[in-house]
Write a protein that binds this ligand. Structure first.
Ligand SMILES: Cc1cc2nc3c(=O)[nH]c(=O)nc-3n(C[C@H](O)[C@H](O)[C@H](O)COP(=O)(O)OP(=O)(O)OC[C@H]3O[C@@H](n4cnc5c(N)ncnc54)[C@H](O)[C@@H]3O)c2cc1C
Length: 649
């Protein structure tokens, strides 16, 4: 029997911390038992996860930093207006006095910035505790809230935001013990499992042919293409909506030309769900979250799991056997087993967890953006002073023309995009609020009396982090010199577009400039597209791992062209088809290239709407799909006679 390795999504440092802290957890639990033995009764403990509150009120569910701090949390993202209370009911096992601990942080403390924008109160049965939370500690930790006396049975608790500036609450602990559990940031750490009474055995989902993790353009393309080729697919996405950077939460419009080059029908699936936004960022509706979900839900072969975060991988030998996920609202653990897996997380999370070789530029990467919009009202609008934000004047940032602040509000080039993404996002928020403060209360105030902030993305748009190495690592030189690969298939039409801090705005904050400039190498054939080889889309080490999107096997420079969303979506289409060939022949992703490329070549020429009931069943093309003049009938059993249609975009 092969050894099974379970690898949780925790950085190395955290794993060590966890080992120490597990010991502390045991001591904590032991403390309760000792108290019981001493005749004082065992400690009663009630843990309430903020994300599982029945009513989130105006608080937003933030799942971006689970890998760093161990949990989803609620965020009071009110753009300077306190958000409505989040509330839930809690049952106390016995009447009495409980000590209250809240896991939170003062999110500007790491910069020693003046003020406490993240402050909030905890109400128990409508009465606020004396302590104001979100006011202590630069790191996530337990803030002591003193004691509260409650009757036995049901009580209402509520989070009451005081500032509207991104206060945050992970969870609340009521305990008759005097100390909180350890501050272990592991996902579903032992103290959390114990306090929540989670079942020891996680829920298991049926074996799938393909488990796709990440519901951006790349993951959607992979899931839909695989499902249409007859595979049973799980699509796992940790946000409530699909689309990744192209969702209404981040509002990047989808670029890259489709339906061209060697396989001019690739991109038809992407075309079904891509946005038609007129602005980036524009209005939420322009990004079509509902349309994306409807296209996916229309596929009977796809089981869609929104609000589900993958955090650990089990492996046997060189194969992944399952991915463990956290339901980001209930804290339930769910295990997905599968034959093949596709890493479409953007961060190469599944590749990293499974031990595949990955790379990340140590510094000088492209950064994360939090775009924002504003409007002019008919009457004057006030905005609170933000002493904790970046101290900006109107010359410190480019004017947000056309009522929006675009892609170049970008930072984090030299910061850790995986271990400290929250720090990068929070820095971006300080930049946005600093700019808006300049416009409303500073040297721009005279021109903006009626201006109002209408939207600031709290979900950061990442561009670059870790990538998984495949059998080919595509380089800029290969793209520019038009090196031909026999498996070149996804047309990359965007220029090689790399971002750097814009010097004009970089002097004031050289440690982390927040405005970027794009430098384009335009030696790309935009019409035909550079055909990215299939061998960039599977791991060279892990036998059953595909990847699509910005974590594929390319260099930093090559990422500059392949990363745009329609291109990422087409990678997904190719992966979905390759997975069907791999299932059909019982081979690996590499085997598809080495032994079955002729068959892939045929599948890559199929219209996006072609489907088959199983990977070896006849291919059916719906009647409404236009056929070429030469094609009158399709012999469904013979792939060689399938339709070839010239591309258009
Ligand atoms: C501000 C900005 C401007 C840009 N401009 C453009 C542009 O104009 N046009 C364009 O086409 N591209 C643009 N890009 C680039 C493009 O958005 C990205 O390269 C692209 O989104 C990558 O697609 P993806 O599917 O790989 O990843 P993503 O879009 O990031 O999708 C990955 C999804 O996986 C989810 N996920 C991650 N980890 C897990 C996990 N452990 N479990 C479950 N789910 C998980 C994430 O929440 C996310 O929704 C821009 C990017 C930014 C940030």
């Amino acid at each position: 029997m092969a050894v099974v390795a379970i690898m949780p999504e925790t950085r190395k440092e955290n794993v060590m911390v966890m080992t120490r802290k597990c010991a502390a957890t045991l001591l904590f639990m032991l403390g309760a038992i000792v108290a019981s033995a001493g005749g004082t009764g065992s400690a009663a403990t009630v843990l309430v996860e903020a994300e599982s509150f029945a009513d989130h009120g105006g608080w937003s569910l933030d799942t971006q930093f689970i890998r760093e701090m161990g949990s989803p949390y609620l965020l009071a993202h009110g753009l300077g207006k306190p958000v409505a209370d989040a509330a839930t009911k809690v049952t106390f096992p016995s009447a009495g006095t409980y000590r209250v601990f809240v896991r939170t942080k003062d999110w500007v403390a790491r910069w020693n910035a003046p003020g406490t924008p993240g402050r909030f109160q905890l109400l128990v049965n409508g009465i606020p505790l004396a302590e104001t939370f979100g006011t202590k500690g630069a790191e996530w930790g337990w803030q002591d809230g003193g004691t509260v006396t409650v009757p036995a049975g049901e009580a209402t608790i509520a989070l009451h935001d005081l500032a509207g500036f991104d206060g945050r609450c992970d969870c609340i602990l009521f305990t008759t013990d005097s100390s909180p559990p350890p501050n272990d940031s592991g996902v579903l750490a032992a103290w959390r499992r114990t306090a929540l009474g989670l079942p020891e055995k996680p829920e298991a989902k049926r074996p799938y042919d393909l488990v796709v993790v990440g519901g951006g353009y790349s993951g959607m393309g992979a899931a839909i293409a695989a499902a249409r080729m007859g595979l049973k697919v799980a699509l796992i996405q940790d946000r409530p909506v699909l689309g990744g950077n192209g969702s209404s939460e981040i509002r990047v419009w989808a670029m890259g030309l489709i339906k061209r080059g060697r396989y001019p029908l690739i991109g038809e699936i992407v075309d079904e769900f891509a946005d038609k936004a007129k602005k980036s960022p524009g209005a939420a509706e322009e990004f079509g979250d509902d349309k994306k979900e409807a296209v996916v839900r229309a596929e009977p072969n796809i089981d869609l799991f929104l609000n589900t975060h993958a955090f650990a991988v089990a492996r046997e030998g060189a194969r992944i056997t399952s991915v463990s996920c956290l339901d980001t609202k209930t804290s339930q653990e769910i295990v997905f087993t599968g034959t093949f897996f596709c890493d479409a997380t953007g961060h190469a999370t599944i590749g990293h967890l499974s031990g595949a070789e990955t790379v990340m530029e140590p510094k000088g990467r492209m950064g994360m953006s939090n775009m924002w919009t504003w409007a002019e009202e008919v009457a004057p609008q006030s905005f609170p002073e933000t002493p904790w934000a970046l101290p900006l004047t109107m010359t410190d940032f480019p004017y947000p023309r056309n009522f929006h602040a675009e892609w170049f509000w970008e930072s984090g080039y030299d910061k850790d995009p995986l271990g400290d993404a929250e720090g990068i996002r929070d820095w971006n928020l300080r930049a946005v609020y600093g700019a808006w403060n300049a416009m409303k209360n500073g040297d721009g105030a005279a021109k903006h009396p009626n201006a109002v902030l209408t939207w600031v993305a709290f979900v950061g748009g990442p561009r670059e982090s870790r990538r998984i190495l495949g059998d080919v690592v595509l380089t800029q030189d290969e793209i520019v010199s038009k090196k031909e690969f026999p498996d070149g298939c996804v047309p990359s039409t965007w220029s090689i577009d790399l971002h750097y801090p814009k010097q004009e705005y970089a002097k004031k904050f050289p440690d982390n400039p927040f405005i970027s400039i794009a430098v384009h190498d335009r030696r790309i054939d935009r019409n035909f597209g550079y055909p990215v080889p299939y061998r960039c889309f599977y791991s060279k080490d892990v036998e059953n791992l595909f990847m699509a999107g910005r974590c594929v096997s390319v260099t930093h420079e090559a990422l500059g062209t392949v990363r745009v969303m329609k291109t990422c979506g087409m990678m997904g289409e190719v992966v979905g088809k390759a997975a069907s060939v791999a299932i059909k022949h019982g081979t690996t992703p590499r085997g598809v290239y080495e032994k079955h490329w002729a068959e892939m070549d045929v599948l890559l020429k199929l219209p996006g709407k072609a489907r088959r009931k199983a990977p070896d069943a006849p291919i059916e093309v719906p009647a409404e799909v236009p056929r070429t003049a030469t094609e009158t009938t399709i012999n469904e059993a013979s792939p060689a006679s399938l339709p070839l249609r010239p591309g258009s975009s």
